[in-house]
Each structure stands twice: as structure tokens, then as C-alpha cells.
Design a protein around this ligand. Structure first.
Ligand code: ADP
Length: 492
């Protein structure tokens, strides 16, 4: 390999590493990478590194990068003048108040410049920059805001960055000029000559020399500028974004706040749900404890006792459900996942529920034949519990004469169990929430069914613990379908 080849090979390997980094850092980059991947194989005789080397000429990112470097000096100078000029004036100006106002204006300007620079780094250099500050929901006084602003490290890091941008700008803008002007002149001169004089042999000769070396020179220049842009972009991302550590602390705080909120909501919901059955039990029991003369007759007494028994059962179901959710929250949900054959589990559930559905609500439950070889990863008891819940809901929310159908299908790596009904359906607004705890789509209607709005949230916890997902689609007025999707397993 001659020295020129070695140099070009080195350059092309630099670019290929840069491309792979860009793929993870920016959104437009993957498209470039995919285009690269799907590009036709190089024609025999054109080595891949030559293609890679020349590819820089048609990459928009190269020119955005050059634009960033070209504007680095004027921007750096503007920041320097405003920040240093403002700070010196603020320090020298007579009168403490006016001086402080000047310094405050410098702070505001610095923050605005930093936000602008962050956008430039993202859009022109294609870097992934974390936010400059973390959102804060609290409403605080302007003084507290100022103190917080002065205490956060990005304030000072970004200010340092803005000052360093001037020396970098002097370097970057002049290097960009020096590298780009000769090849651009070398390309434009033969082209203008060709346009002006027509296709004479001299004009065509100019296209070859200096035309071709100028194009190669432009490619080398763009590679070099990309490298400078990349290194500076990394530095900018570090200086203009919050650190990973700060981000993690902030996320942990958000999580803790959400957990606290959901605990409070749970306590409120539980108290609310307990109130009605307990009031009913209390009223019925109190009426049976009245002086003998005021007590109801035997038939009424029995009716009241039955209501009391039913309410007590409902309460005990609620407590069971709550315990289940508490276990799910503390990751103690016991799910024994292993390969399970779906046919007997689904058939068993349908067998148990179909006769009651027909007798009590004139709802037909149908099941399509399930292939024997259909196995999934999961826990058979839990899956039966989830299915029972879905089929029971489907029966409950379907008017008399309706149909509930269950279908099990297998793909290459997933299996789906669909429970469809011809019921009233769920509106799009409600559909977003039906898997939330204590959510009931239509309270007036669903109160009669006796549910607390916990069934679907528990079902989803179970399915997710089995490594699957539970979702729903619905057409109001026509019916709903609930989908259990599980990982397919090989027959054991
Ligand atoms: P519940 O015990 O109240 O039925 P779920 O969590 O099982 O609680 O269901 C939540 C809500 O979703 C129900 O109150 C009902 O409004 C709605 N829902 C569930 N399944 C269906 C269905 N098949 N058709 C219509 N609405 C349904």
C-alpha cells in the first residue's frame, strides 16, 4: 500500500467509526445508515472504502457541520462581548442596584445563548444533548428561582462553554475557510469556464485538472471538519446538558412522588369502595337488632341476611384483590412460568362459564378449535384466572342474546387469545383507562355488575408477570375484544 492509500484507508475507517456513533446519537443518522446498508454492493473494482470516502460529499450532515463551524466565530464573539462586556459594566457601574441588574441581565442572556447553542449542537452537529435543566413542577418565588439557578452546575458549565466558544470559533471558522475555499474554487472555476466557453477541449481538461483533485480535496476537507465537529459536539453535550447523575436523581424523585400519589389515591379509593357495602351491612344488621316489636318478619329478615351475606362476600373479594395488587406492587406476585398447553386451560374456563351465561343471560359462549400443538410460556392457574375474568366481563357487559367468542391463534413467536363480545363496547376515552385500578367505564351500568374496577388491572399484572401483554380494542355499540398475547413455547 502506498502512503496515499494508507492515508485514505485511515480516513475512511475514521469516517466509518463516526457513522456508527451517529447512528445511536441522532435521528436522521439511522436513515443514512439504513440507506448505506441497503445500498447496492459496490461495483467490482470500486472498493468499499472509496465509496465511504466519497459518501461524505453527499451527506447533508457534513454541510450542516461546516455551517456550524463557519458560524462559530461570529457567535463566539457575540457571546463574549455580551457576557464579558455585561459583567464588566455590571461590576463597574456606580450604584449597587443598577450593577446587580446588569449582572442579572447577563445571567438571563447567558441562559438564552446556552439554550440556543444546545439547539445548534443538536440540529447542526447531530448530537444527543440532555436538557439544560430539569423541569420543576413547584411554584417558587423569583428569588428562590434565582438561587436555584445559581446553584445548578449547568449554569456555570454552560457559561464556561460560551466563553470558550470564542477561541474555538477563531480556530474553527478559520480552519473551515482554509479547508473549504481551495476545493470550492477548484470545482467552481472549471464549471463556470464550461458554462461560459462551451464544451471545448480546454474546458473539459479543466474539469479533470483541477476539477477531480478539487473534489477529492473537498471530501478530505469535509472528513476533517466532521472530525472537529464531532469532538466539539461531545464537549458541547457535556457542558450544555445536565449530568447523568442529576438526571437519575430527578427520575428517582419523580418515581417516588408518583408512588406516593398512587398510595394516597389507593387509600382514598379503598375507603370510598368500603363505605357503601359497610353502610349497607350496618343498616341491615341494625334493623335485625331492633326491639322485638319493630323487627321485620321472617321472610324480610332472611332477605336482609342474604343481602348482608352478599355484601360481606363482595368485601372479602375486594380484600383479596387488594392483597393481590399489594403483592404485585412489592414484586411478590407468585407466577410459576413454564411451557403450558393452551387448549385444556381455555376449554376448562369456557366449560365452567358457558352454561351459566346461557341460563342466566341468554348469552352464547363459543370457542374455536384450538390446535393441540399450541403452547405458551405462562402459569396455567393464573392464565385461567385472567381468562375467567375476561370472559365474565364479556358476559356481564353483553345484553341478552349476545355472543362471546374465544379464539386462540399462534404466530411464530407469540400466541394470542382473543375474547370478543357483541356487547355495548367501550368508548375510546374509557378504553385508555380500563386497565387502571378502580376504573369503571360507566359507573351507573357497572355498579349493577358488582365489580370494583380492579379485575382488569390485576389481569394485566398477571399477564405481564407471564412475560406477555393484555390489550383491548372496542367499537362502541358493537362490542369489544380483549387480547392476551404470550410468548410461544415448544411443547414440553
Ligand atoms: P369490574 O370489576 O368493574 O368489571 P374490571 O377491571 O374488570 O372491573 O373492568 C373495568 C371496567 O371496564 C368495567 O367497569 C367496565 O366498565 C369495562 N369493561 C370491562 N370489560 C368490558 C367488556 N367486555 N365490555 C364493556 N366494558 C367492559
Amino acid at each position: 500500500m502506498n502512503p496515499a492509500d494508507t492515508f485514505l484507508a485511515h480516513l475512511s475507517s475514521t469516517v466509518s467509526t463516526m457513522e456508527s456513533v451517529e447512528t445511536t446519537a441522532t435521528t436522521p443518522a439511522p436513515a443514512t445508515a439504513t440507506a448505506n446498508d441497503s445500498a447496492p454492493r459496490p461495483a467490482p473494482g470500486v472498493p468499499a472504502w472509496v465509496k465511504r470516502f466519497l459518501h461524505v460529499l453527499i451527506e447533508p450532515r457534513s454541510y450542516l457541520n461546516a455551517l456550524y463551524l463557519l458560524t462559530a466565530f461570529p457567535l463566539g464573539l457575540a457571546y463574549f462581548i455580551v457576557l464579558i462586556g455585561g459583567a464588566i459594566t455590571g461590576a463597574l457601574v456606580a450604584g449597587i442596584i443598577i450593577g446587580l441588574l446588569f449582572l442579572l441581565a447577563v445571567l438571563v442572556a447567558a441562559w438564552g445563548f446556552a439554550l440556543f447553542e444546545r439547539e445548534l449542537t443538536i440540529h447542526l452537529l447531530g448530537m444527543d444533548v440532555p436538557p439544560l435543566s430539569l423541569p420543576n413542577a413547584e411554584l417558587v418565588s423569583p428569588w428562590r428561582m434565582l438561587v436555584r439557578h445559581l446553584r445548578q452546575s449547568t449554569t456555570w458549565r454552560s457559561m464556561g462553554y460560551l466563553i470558550v466558544k470564542l477561541p474555538f470559533g477563531i480556530f474553527a471558522t478559520s480552519v473551515t475557510f482554509v479547508l473549504l475555499v481551495p476545493p470550492i474554487v477548484g470545482i467552481m472555476y472549471p464549471l463556470l469556464n464550461l458554462l461560459g466557453n462551451g464544451p471545448f477541449p480546454e474546458s473539459i481538461g479543466l474539469l479533470i485538472v483541477p476539477g477531480i483533485p478539487a473534489v477529492l480535496g473537498l471530501a478530505v476537507a469535509l472528513h476533517g471538519l466532521n472530525l472537529i465537529g464531532r469532538i466539539w459536539g461531545r464537549f458541547a453535550a457535556d457542558m450544555l446538558g445536565v449530568s447523568d447523575e442529576q438526571r437519575q436523581i430527578w427520575e428517582a424523585r419523580l418515581k417516588a412522588e408518583a408512588a406516593d400519589r398512587s398510595r394516597r389515591e389507593l387509600i382514598m379509593n379503598v375507603s370510598h369502595e368500603l363505605r357503601t357495602p359497610i353502610a349497607s351491612i350496618q343498616a341491615h344488621v341494625d334493623s335485625l337488632l331492633l326491639p322485638e316489636a319493630d323487627r321485620p318478619d321472617a321472610e324480610e329478615t332472611e332477605r336482609r341476611l342474604r343481602v348482608t351475606a352478599a355484601e360481606t362476600r363482595r368485601l372479602s373479594d375486594l380484600i383479596e384483590d387488594l392483597l393481590m395488587l399489594a403483592r404485585a406492587d412489592s414484586n411478590e406476585l407468585k407466577v410459576a412460568n413454564r411451557p403450558i398447553r393452551l387448549a385444556p386451560i381455555v376449554e376448562q374456563v369456557v366449560l365452567a362459564l358457558a352454561p351459566l351465561a346461557r341460563q342466566e343471560r341468554q348469552v352464547t359462549v363459543t370457542l374455536e378449535k384450538i390446535p393441540d400443538a399450541l403452547w405458551a410460556h405462562g402459569d396455567s392457574d393464573r392464565l385461567a384466572q385472567v381468562l375467567t375474568n375476561l370472559v365474565r366481563n364479556a358476559i356481564n357487559y353483553t345484553p341478552e342474546g349476545g355472543v362471546v367468542s374465544i379464539r386462540v391463534t399462534g404466530g411464530t413467536d407469540r400466541v394470542q387469545i382473543a375474547v370478543s363480545d357483541t356487547g355495548l363496547g367501550i368508548s375510546a376515552d374509557d378504553l385508555e383507562h380500563v386497565f387502571e385500578r378502580f376504573y369503571r367505564a360507566d359507573t351507573s351500568r357497572t355498579r349493577d355488575t358488582g365489580g370494583f374496577g380492579l379485575g382488569l388491572s390485576i389481569a394485566r399484572e398477571f399477564v405481564e408477570a407471564m412475560g406477555g401483554s393484555l390489550s383491548a380494542t372496542s367499537q362502541p355499540g358493537l362490542g369489544s375484544t380483549f387480547w392476551i398475547s404470550l410468548r410461544r413455547a415448544e411443547p414440553a
